[in-house]
Structure formats: C-alpha cells, structure tokens
Design a protein around this ligand. Sequence first.
Ligand SMILES: C[S@@+](CC[C@H](N)C(=O)[O-])C[C@H]1O[C@@H](n2cnc3c(N)ncnc32)[C@H](O)[C@@H]1O
Length: 228
Amino acid sequence: MTFRYESVVPWGRSYEEYLRMFDLRPDDLKGRILGCGDGPASFNSEFTRRGGRVVSVDPLYEFSAGEIARRIEETRDEVISQTRCEQDRFVWDTIGSVEDLARVRMAAMKTFLDDYESGKCDGRYLAAGLPDLPFEDREFDLALSSHLLFLYTEQLSLDFHRVGLLELCRVAPEVRVFPLLDVNAVLSHHLEPILDELESSGLDAQIRTVPYEFQRGGNQMLRIRARE
Ligand SMILES: C[S@@+](CC[C@H](N)C(=O)[O-])C[C@H]1O[C@@H](n2cnc3c(N)ncnc32)[C@H](O)[C@@H]1O
C-alpha cells in the first residue's frame, strides 16, 4: 500500500468520542478490539491505559512519530480554516467552537503521539489497512471503523466498501461503522447497496442512533453481526 506523505492529513478523535460514536458500553470493552483507520486518534492510547486490549491499523503508521507530528503541524491550520468556512455543517454543543475543536483534536493527537512509538513496539499500531488485514479469522471480538468508510464515499468505491466490510466481518464477529454520512454531511449513497449486500451475505446489519453528533445529522452507526 503506498501512502504519500504529502497527501496525508492526520486528524484524530478522543477515547470519549469513540465511546459515544460507537455507543460502547462496559460489556463491549471487555474483548479484543480492532480499530481500523484509527490514524492519530487517542482511542488506542487511552483504552490501553484503562486496561483495554486494542490494535489499531492504519497505513499512516508506516511513518514515524516525528513525521506524523510534522504533518499535523503542516496541515492543522488548513483543516481548522476549512471547518470555520463550513461551520453550519456541524453541531457546536459538546465542542463549543472552532477554537475548542482545535484544542480537543490537538490534545487527542498529542496523546496518540506520546504513546505511538511504544505502542508500535507492543504491536498496538500496525501499518496495514483495508481491503486486506493481516489477521486470522475472528482474531478480534469487535472491529470499529471511525471516519473512513462512508465518509469518503467519493474517494472509496462501492466495491471497496463491500470488500472492506466483509474483511472486517472476517476478523471480528461484530463490526461498527461511524458515521454514515459523507464529507458533505449527506447520507452516503453506498449505504443502501451495502445493506443489501450484507443481508445477502447472511449478516445482520442494523442502523443505530448513537449519543454523538458533530457533523449535523450524523448520529447513526452501522452495526453488523454474524447471524446466530
Ligand atoms: C479521517 S481519519 C479518521 C481517524 C480516526 N479514526 C478518527 O476518527 O479520529 C481517516 C483515517 O483512515 C486512514 N485510512 C486511509 N485509507 C485506509 C485504509 N485503506 N485502511 C485503513 N485506514 C485507512 C487514514 O490514514 C486516516 O488516518
């Protein structure tokens, strides 16, 4: 997988946001979790600190902490100014302002960076990604995909979504995906055909409302489980 440094825009959410995006309850956190496309989110670091078992995969992890930190510095102002231009696409309640957003995201990414090199040595951050994951069948209890599938509807084909989701279902009996909106805060046009595909593959796919909404209207996740 080739991932060009200049095209990377690292941006990561916090553990607390993951809990709400995926409506994770204590029982969900007991097993081994895969975070697919976790990038510089602090979920892995904070969950590990709390005694959780988690592996994150992302092509970004082919870079060193220094390279990722430099890229964050190079791109953050652009991301923030873009968000400022598109403010009405977001709900400013938990995160109160664009400045607040910058603080929250930078804090999450600092937590990630502080943990990254040691986490890499422990095998918690692996440079890999969809559509092929370097894991055995059912190596995890739960797989999470935050802000990758459906969000990048225009960049990632329907076939990539189909194959990627089946791959996640291969490595875990339960998969949760958030959000279901694309970058323009419109419901992904891949969702409907994907639901049909999952149904015909014998998987149980349900859309659930979650206690998280930052993109306006983005408070739903897809939960996929193997049928009993
Ligand atoms: C918008 S970021 C989301 C980061 C994190 N999940 C979060 O919600 O804060 C999308 C991430 O997907 C990663 N990514 C891109 N292509 C991927 C692939 N084929 N497999 C896994 N991750 C990928 C990117 O490197 C990036 O870190």
